[in-house]
Design a protein around this ligand. Structure first.
Ligand code: GDG
Length: 498
């Protein structure tokens, strides 16, 4: 039951439900199970909150109304849909979000398609989200907007006269000025972000980059304060800017990894790999993940160090994504050619196969069993906001003797850098060297490193992340909203099914 007072409104590109048509042709909603939903659920329920987003399928809002109210009643908070037509999905989602912001913010400006029509549609669609949000958001309410698709929702809400408290969190990195200045709409975008009361980033580096861009583009803006949360003073307003590294539901992952079905599946994998160490890579098919470079590093390891042949196998899972885009199809082909080349050079009939490659999405049970079975995780994105796979792997390493090889350009490196073997993903010799070090690392060192990482994640899990963000949002005269620590109550809620 909702308590009185300020309401909590979450806005994200997609609603946290998967919509599918039932046998009668009507939409049905299946709940998502990510850490973000789990962490926000207690606050949403406690405050009588609303989650607003695109259902992820074309169609007018009325078509989703019944599925949304049934799903909302079960979930314990309200849902509201922002319907998008195909042209909007093309310009706003596939276009501006994925062809401009995604590559630019991951430091790959040469992959950007700065089509001016994308910016126009992005602004219009952000206005559309704001129109759905506005009737739900009154003066003391708290609106938390998520991610790069929706950077202008705050300014559109202000333009519509919204007086609610507005906060924004960016899940991907924020680039430095050298890269950001290439964006033709850099000033408008920064001005939009500065309409929020709080702007949150994954890492101190992202926050620094943002402040440097503000200073470069808006010389009249003043920056005050020190420590983790700064204040940008602009046009008489004060905007808090902080870093809030996202995390996982550590206890839920640890418990699930310890469950009999996961343990059995992990044992099954080991039976298939007697006397061998398993190196795991799990990535969505994307150019930011550095999959081809990682395969080259593995190849180099096998070429230069014959002693590891037959002793290490790489299990590389690539989760299908955006196969309709030619660039992604080409990337898939490159990965598959490399796997073929490496296995062709080193595999022997009836014996060891260097790379096991799977192009599919794993079930939750398989994912956890792979985490549990792997001796070494190879997480080498070229750039990543955080990278939850790295944290989930550590949480599932319940024997505490596994090794994480982690890109120094993943946000997770800021918290896990003391335990992980940090690598530059562009340096194939360095990655091959880290694999060799991992292969030879004594048990004592493995345990010490893994314990340090598990401690860091346990002490800052996803509930702490929600608390920290809300605390920063309310620490300045933000009245009665909402009691931080409520999120930790999630431990008493039914577990999200794996
Ligand atoms: C953004 C930012 C940031 C992966 N493969 C399978 C599977 N997964 C799950 C993992 C993990 C998630 O997907 C991927 O984690 P990311 O951290 O890459 O999250 P994204 O939402 O893709 O990315 C990123 C994040 O937001 C959070 O702020 O860390 O930097 O890009 O949870 O477990 N799950 C299943 N099968 C798979 O095959 N079931």
């Amino acid at each position: 039951m909702a308590r009185g007072g300020a309401r909590f409104i979450v806005v994200s590109n997609r609603l946290p439900f998967a919509f599918r048509r039932g046998v009668d042709g009507a939409w049905q909603a299946d709940p998502g199970s990510g850490g973000l939903v789990t962490a926000l659920l207690p606050v949403l329920r406690d405050r009588g909150g609303t989650w607003i987003g695109w259902p992820g399928a074309p169609g007018p809002a009325r078509e989703f109304a019944s599925a949304l109210s049934t799903a909302g009643a079960k979930a314990g908070y309200a849902l509201a849909a922002v319907p998008l037509d195909e042209a909007e999905v093309r310009g706003f989602y596939l276009g501006f979000s994925n062809e401009i912001v995604w590559p630019l913010f991951h430091d790959l400006p040469s992959l950007c398609n700065f089509d001016p029509s994308y910016w126009k549609t992005y602004t219009e669609v952000n206005r559309k989200y704001a129109k759905v949000v506005a009737p739900h958001a009154e003066r003391n309410d708290f609106v938390w907007v998520h991610d790069y698709h929706l950077m202008s929702v705050g300014s559109e809400l202000r333009r519509a006269g919204c007086k609610a408290r507005l906060a924004f969190f960016l899940h991907i990195p924020f680039p430095g000025p050298d890269i950001f200045m290439k964006l033709p709409w850099r000033k408008s975008l920064l001005e939009s972000l500065l309409q929020y009361d709080l702007v949150g980033f994954q890492t101190v580096r992202d926050r620094r980059n943002f402040v440097a861009c503000v200073q470069a583009v808006l010389p009249d803006a003043g920056v005050e304060g020190r420590g983790s949360t700064l204040t940008v003073a602009v046009e008489g307003r004060r905007v808090r800017v902080g870093s809030f590294p996202i995390s996982i539901d550590y206890n839920a992952f640890m418990r699930a990894a310890d469950s009999p079905p996961v343990a059995e599946k992990a044992r099954e994998l080991h039976r298939l790999l007697p006397q061998r160490k398993l190196v795991l890579g799990i990535d969505r098919l994307d150019y930011t993940k550095g999959i081809a470079l990682r395969l080259r590093a593995f190849e180099l390891l096998l070429e230069r160090h014959p002693d590891v042949r037959g002793k290490l196998s790489l299990l590389q899972v690539v989760v299908p994504s955006r196969e309709e885009v030619p660039q992604y199809r080409a990337m898939k082909l490159e990965i598959e050619q490399l796997v073929g080349r490496i296995n062709g050079a080193f595999a022997r009939p009836g014996g060891w196969v260097p790379i096991w490659y799977e192009y599919r999405s794993l079930s939750r049970l398989e994912l956890l069993a792979y985490y549990r079975a792997a001796d070494i995780a190879l997480v080498t994105p070229l750039k990543d906001g955080m990278n939850l796979v790295a944290k989930e792997y550590c949480a599932c390493s319940i024997e505490e003797d596994c090794i994480l090889i982690l890109s120094e350009f993943a946000g997770a490196a800021e918290q896990l850098g003391r335990g992980a073997l940090l690598v530059n993903p562009y340096d194939v010799e360095g990655v091959a060297g880290a694999l060799r070090t991992a292969h030879a690392m004594p048990q004592e060192e493995r345990v010490a490193r893994m314990r340090a990482m598990r401690r860091a994640i346990r002490r800052n899990d996803v509930f702490d992340w929600v608390d920290g963000f809300l605390r920063a949002a309310i620490s300045r005269d933000l009245g009665d909203f909402p009691a931080p620590q409520t999120a930790r109550g999630a431990a008493e809620l039914p577990e999200v099914p794996f």
